[in-house]
Design a protein around this ligand. Structure first.
Ligand code: FAD
Length: 392
């Protein structure tokens, strides 16, 4: 078995490396320590991040699998994987707001009208900030229960209802919003997607603070919000199909980010344990070794899945990786807090050990086990779609 890339792939990596060396701003290169004042900045998208995303787009490095006019270079799946690897290894983010380039753009390319497709380059370049209006107080995991209503009235829809946990809503220009357009059919058959301009009268955004202290998501209330009929994405009542999303250009490589992040977390933990002399404790050593081994194992599993993906088959391994990396992250940061002792759990620049680095990351790690489908829901999907177990 050979676990190395060939000369052509390495040439692609070298070209990317040269670009990153030359263009990546210092803020993107710095090892991201979530406890620094910089990262607690209330500006959700700092100027450097906006400029960096635009630079990636302009040089064809934002979504390498797309054509140049969409911020790419028609890269192959293997090249895209190398791109993900290189960014993750260097700890360089592409963007600090994913909905536009990762969800809205591929959905509009697949389901949008020609007019709507014209919104795609700005979504990928980050010029337009998008939010995704899916979750509601009574519709999260069971998204099909959503009740925000859109009633067609001539050439416009009138929207009433509420969304919650809407990331970036307070700074977004547009919302990709899931609404109920038919209440008299089975629930997943009466959903549509509308593009909402966030400046439309009747939209009220109320920011929510999360456990780590930052406010990146919000509740969004809609009262008689008028939306042009042309803003309907796809067919009326066919929104459920769009929830399945299309990340065809990136799917094979998306797992790398989670795996690299957890490997970095394990490396930081080992470094911290060594600094405090805890790496001589046999119980700690065993725990560190187990996490190291698990993270390495997850990377190997990712490559195995990628190999199937590159040959045109499904990659069930990748369904498991989001679940596994997010849960491992939680355990790694929790052990970090334990090893640091009583002040390890304090998130305070002066009182907290390492400014509360492990506790802050521990709090943040919950988000990954919930957002985009909770760990329990991931388990249900694996049970039914991968293992073929019956629904109860
Ligand atoms: C950081 C963050 C950002 C987010 N950003 C957005 C966003 O931009 N837009 C958006 O629309 N939403 C967003 N969300 C919301 C997210 O999609 C939901 O939180 C998620 O889908 C879970 O829904 P819920 O919170 O309503 O929990 P619920 O669905 O009420 O679940 C509560 C608990 O019950 C469990 N559970 C539910 N159903 C089952 C089942 N069938 N089997 C087993 N267990 C079950 C869940 O796993 C969970 O532990 C975000 C969430 C987070 C944490």
């Amino acid at each position: 078995m050979q676990l190395a890339w060939g000369p052509e792939e390495e040439a692609f990596r070298a070209e990317l490396g040269r670009f990153l060396d030359e263009h990546a701003p210092p803020e993107a290169r710095r090892k991201r320590d979530f406890t620094t004042a910089d990262n607690r900045d209330d500006r959700i998208i700092p100027t450097w991040a906006r400029d960096w995303q635009a630079a990636l787009f302009d040089h064809g490095w934002m979504i390498p699998g797309y054509p140049p006019e969409l911020g790419g270079r028609n890269a192959t799946p293997v090249q895209t994987l190398i791109y993900m690897e290189e960014l993750a290894t260097r700890g360089i983010p592409r963007s600090v707001h994913f909905p536009g380039y990762a969800i809205v753009a591929p959905s509009l390319l697949e389901f949008g009208t020609d007019e709507q497709k014209r919104l795609v380059p700005a979504a990928i370049r980050g010029d337009t900030v998008w939010c995704i209006g899916m979750s509601e107080p009574n519709a999260g995991s069971d998204l099909a229960s959503l009740s925000t209503r859109a009633v067609l009235d001539g050439d416009r829809f009138v929207v009433n209802g509420q969304k919650v946990w809407t990331s970036y809503a307070m700074i977004a220009g547009k919302c990709f919003c899931y609404v109920r357009t038919d209440r008299d059919v089975p629930k997943h058959k009466g959903i549509s997607v509308l593009i909402l301009d966030m400046a439309t009268p009747g939209i009220d955004v109320r920011p929510l603070r999360n456990i780590s202290g930052s406010t990146e998501f919000a509740e969004v209330f809609f009262t008689d919000v008028e939306v042009p009929r042309d803003n309907l994405v796809g067919a009326l009542n066919d929104g459920w199909r769009i929830t399945q999303g299309s990340l065809a250009h990136e799917r094979g490589g998306l797992w790398v980010q989670g795996v690299s992040f957890v490997q970095q977390a394990v490396a930081d933990l080992i470094e911290m344990a060594a600094r405090r002399g805890l790496d001589r404790d046999p119980i700690v050593r065993r725990q560190l070794a187990a996490y190291y081994e698990q993270a390495q194992g997850l990377r190997a599993l990712g490559y195995k899945g990628f190999s199937s993906f590159a040959q045109g088959s499904s990659a069930p391994e990748h369904s498991y990786l989001k679940l596994a990396t997010s849960e491992l992250q939680k355990s790694v940061f929790e052990l970090g807090m334990e090893l640091l002792g009583p002040l390890g759990a304090v998130t305070d620049a002066e009182l907290g050990e390492q400014s509360g680095r492990f506790s802050h990351s521990f709090f943040m790690s919950f988000a990954n086990t919930i957002a985009g489908g909770s760990a329990e829901i991931q388990r249900n999907i694996i049970a039914q779609r991968v293992l073929g177990l019956p629904r109860r």
